[in-house]
Design a protein around this ligand. Sequence first.
Ligand SMILES: Cc1cc2nc3c(=O)[nH]c(=O)nc-3n(C[C@H](O)[C@H](O)[C@H](O)COP(=O)(O)O)c2cc1C
Length: 396
Amino acid sequence: MVALDDCYNIHDLRDAARRRLPKGVFDFFDRGTEDEVALANNRAAFERIKLKHRALVDVSKRSMATTLFGKPVSMPMAIAPTGVAGMCWYHGELELAKAAAAAKIPFTLATGAMTPMEEIAEKAPGRLWFQLYVWEKRELSYELIERAKRCGFEALLVTVDTTVGPNREYNARNGFHQPFRLTRRATIDVMKRPRWVSTVLARYLMQGGLPKYENYPKHLQHSIRTDPNVHAIMKRDSLSWEDIKIFRKMWPGILMVKGINRPDDAVKAAEYGCDGIVVSNHGGRNMDSAVASMDALPEIAEAVGEKATVILDSGVRRGSDIAKALALGAKAVLTGRATLYGTSVAGQAGAMKAIDVIRKELDNTMAYCGCNRVDEITPDILFGYYGRNTAAQFVG
Ligand SMILES: Cc1cc2nc3c(=O)[nH]c(=O)nc-3n(C[C@H](O)[C@H](O)[C@H](O)COP(=O)(O)O)c2cc1C
């Protein structure tokens, strides 16, 4: 058993999560799609950026606090939506949401969460964002929007990069796709992790059955073993800008589109009234040939300017990654797997550990680069960077 104190960074938390979760569950969280090129590129894009430290600046009073959509955050980070987080810990989303509230950063609840949004709003009253997947029968999604409104969620994030179901072959091999099939292999995997069985699976079973998609409209709520096609769950290939227009009319709060990869889409999103744009390739989980978010970011930030708030995700594992994203024009980042690894190891305490690790690393990076405030993180800290147009302008 790994103690949280033995985890010094996100990689340690990932190793600990791997030891705790059944292989099918861990792979589902951790891996990419097809040949996992996008997954690797997300990290490579961060790693090839070098920073210049600045000497002899008094940074003894530095602060990571900033604002996001006009409201304070303790650091430029929020939690990304991750469906089925409830499989890595009993009601994992709630644990993650509580950690985010305590850390004073926003939390995004996924449509595919296993904790009802009402419970999240009641027990983790921090800044709450709701991620929306859209059903072919739009009224079903409108129902969710109204529910999120009633619960007081401040932002709606519409995910626009999952036009069709991704090709994650390992999930099929592990028996961990939808519907979840208890194959011989999956059964052996699960039996090898008795602690996960007793602390996660058994708790759901004692509460009345396998975990369910608690935020789906009532008549569609089904367990992970039900074939989603039975209910024509989420057919997203008809989603278009017309939908964004409707969401804008329905949602009075902050509206974001998540999964933007090109400047023209980003500008269009701002024109359609979106307050925020999440530059994301879904953590390398959807289209394997997708450009890394960090490579797409400079052009997008340049094109959007002040028209909307640009946020980045996909590949953030270190605090220095946040500094790099901010230097290239993002206002904040979202973390998906990084905070999920922590949750998988120790629920709220583990999620808190992941946030703290990243926070400390960002603080160090700011100190090295001579930045006292988040708005002092500019392209000036980047090595070999000549302009704000494309990542290709990096030397080396
Ligand atoms: C296990 C898992 C489930 C996810 N589920 C969703 C989801 O339901 N909706 C969504 O918009 N994005 C989802 N994402 C993508 C994340 O919101 C985010 O874009 C991605 O994880 C960022 O990359 P990172 O994991 O490298 O930080 C999921 C990611 C993971 C790892």
